[in-house]
Design a protein around this ligand. Structure first.
Ligand code: AMP
Length: 294
């Protein structure tokens, strides 16, 4: 596995592979990698000849009061995971390599970026779309891999690729969870043991929502009321939102159907956690009473 830090080196490697007729998969990440990220690498390695992973904490997708400075980083450990999962090339640029001092071109997306996380993170998806555009233009991969964990991001990238005619297949990968149901996330490391235990409430609320939807309920209000009640039963949980939106355009729906998205953001202590399920997908599985914090 090779590591490159510059756009030029990345382009050179890609050019050589393309000359050999090889297909390329791209997995963008911000590092501090876990099994959720690894599932993207596995999907790429399975279906493409070569896999490129990027490890870059993208400054322009963080708001002024967010955790850019404290975002966890461990590049050596990331490389071990990437190598073990068969990644061929790691792109690990410095911020200055991606954004020159006079950088002023952004890719913005309307409508889909205004709901859910977009309400409290107004510049986030502009930052995501801009960096993904830069990566797509540099790597020109056949496939690009994203986790369903960030469902709004996935929907936004699908739309951006369609609207701007990028010649790439967007592949969504299922959420990988801890044994107790908590969706794996680099930010879980912010949780102290009490918060880590309290964080189980997200997956419990997801499971409750799935049971209610599977039982035939179709009114968003009823579903959301039950899920909110579950979430607030945990004293450490502070609900930012729980919403049901159309799975493609991310707009709220009063009655929902298969393919719609039920998404939440909840603060536990100072840590903002997100989770979701798609209506009609099989119920999530976890061990009751199990926690990595126990
Ligand atoms: P991040 O490093 O948080 O930007 O995530 C990089 C990619 O990994 C994104 O496409 C995420 O959706 C995906 N990802 C992060 N956590 C998980 C998870 N628990 N399961 C599946 N995909 C994930």
């Amino acid at each position: 596995m090779n590591t490159v830090n510059t756009i030029n080196e990345l382009r050179e490697q890609v050019r050589a592979w393309k000359a050999e007729g090889l297909t390329i998969g791209l997995c963008p990440t911000m590092g501090y990698l876990h099994e959720g990220h690894a599932s993207l690498m596995d999907a790429s390695v399975r279906s493409c000849d070569r896999t490129v992973a990027s490890v870059f904490v993208n400054p322009i997708q963080f708001g002024p009061n967010e955790d850019l400075a404290t975002y966890p980083r461990d590049f050596e450990s990331d490389c071990r995971l990437l190598e073990a999962h068969g990644v061929d090339l790691v792109f690990h640029p410095e911020p200055a390599e991606m954004y020159a001092d006079d950088f002023c071109t952004f890719v913005d997306i309307d409508v889909l970026s205004k709901t859910l996380c977009g309400k409290t993170r107004p510049i986030h998806f502009r930052g995501v779309c801009t960096v993904i555009t830069k990566l797509l233009n540099t790597v020109t991969p056949d496939k690009i891999f994203f986790g369903q964990k960030d469902a709004q991001q996935l929907a936004i990238i699908r739309r951006m690729v369609r609207d701007l005619n990028f010649d790439v297949e967007v592949v969504g990968c299922p959420i990988v969870r801890e044994a107790d149901g908590l969706a794996k996330s680099s930010r879980n490391t912010y949780l102290n043991p009490d918060e880590r235990r309290a964080a189980r409430i997200l997956s419990r609320a997801i499971r409750l929502g799935q049971d209610i939807a599977d039982g035939g309920e179709r009114r968003s209000g009823k579903l959301l009321a039950a899920m909110k009640e579950k979430l607030v039963s945990e004293p450490m949980a502070e609900v930012e939102y729980v919403e049901v939106v159309n799975g493609e355009n991310m707009q709220p729906v009063d009655t929902f159907r298969e393919g719609d998205l039920v998404a939440m953001a909840v603060r536990i202590g100072g840590t903002r956690l997100i989770d979701n399920f798609t209506v009609g997908q099989p119920p999530i599985d976890f061990q009751e009473g199990q926690s990595n914090a126990d």
